[in-house]
Design a protein. Structure first.
Length: 227
């Protein structure tokens, strides 16, 4: 066997700590984005009703560039339930005493739990944010290839601008078929957004996450000339 790690990799050059180039190395990594995608702790938060989530839930609406990938731990100081919450998987609708990452990347709890003082430690997704306004044909908005080629990660928001029922839609996990009235979802390939047949949407604005343009893993691994 041979050691595959490159002595001249960006990781090792940063470890060398050359003050003349460290700012250039951090710029190449888009280091602010790296920090934004680091594990994050929220303290003493009160989940609230949000039109992007189911009416039976309350949400911690996270920063647009820091939507959640997963939850490490959640603890309630005050509410209808207290103590440690059970963390459920992405897109699972939480029951009493549970917490989950919603389909839009926010953090949700059961409204009936009436939580008013919540601590959460979570891992944000790493992505770039885009927004487009496009026509909707037969209840389906097709995301342009310039974005799907990068890889759509998450649908953050969907707003119907024209149709029988307009406004912000509740987002569901990616899947096949049309959702119920007032809802929208990505398909499994994350290339289209489907609206409810009953809403008869003809034009919509969607905000979504795509794979980050800066590939930190590749940069840290590869040989660099920033040294």
């Amino acid at each position: 066997m041979t050691i595959q790690e490159k002595e001249e990799s960006l990781k090792n050059k940063i470890n060398a700590g050359n003050p003349n180039v460290i700012s250039d190395q951090f710029r190449a990594l888009a280091f602010g984005d790296v920090l934004r995608a680091s594990p994050t702790t929220l303290r003493k938060k009160a989940p609230a009703a949000d039109p992007g989530s189911l009416a039976t839930l309350t949400a911690l609406v996270l920063a647009e560039d820091a939507k959640a990938s997963s939850i490490y731990r959640a603890t309630v100081r005050a509410g209808g339930v207290t103590g440690e919450l059970t963390v459920k998987g992405y897109g699972v609708t939480p029951a009493t005493g549970e917490i989950a990452v919603a389909p839009n990347g926010d953090i949700v709890t059961l409204a009936a739990d009436a939580i008013t003082d919540l601590d959460v430690t979570y891992l944000p997704e790493k992505y770039d944010v885009s927004e487009v306004t496009l026509p909707v044909a037969t209840h389906v908005l097709t995301i342009p290839a310039t974005f799907t080629a990068k890889g759509v990660v998450l649908l953050l928001e969907a707003v119907a601008n024209a149709g029988t029922t307009t406004g912000k839609k509740i987002l569901l996990v990616p899947g096949a078929g049309a959702p119920a009235a007032g809802q929208a979802r990505l398909n499994v390939a994350k290339s289209t957004v489907t609206f409810a047949v009953a809403d008869a949407v003809t034009n919509a604005t969607i905000k979504f996450a795509t794979s980050a343009a800066v590939d930190v893993d590749a940069l840290l691994t590869a040989t660099t000339n920033i040294a």
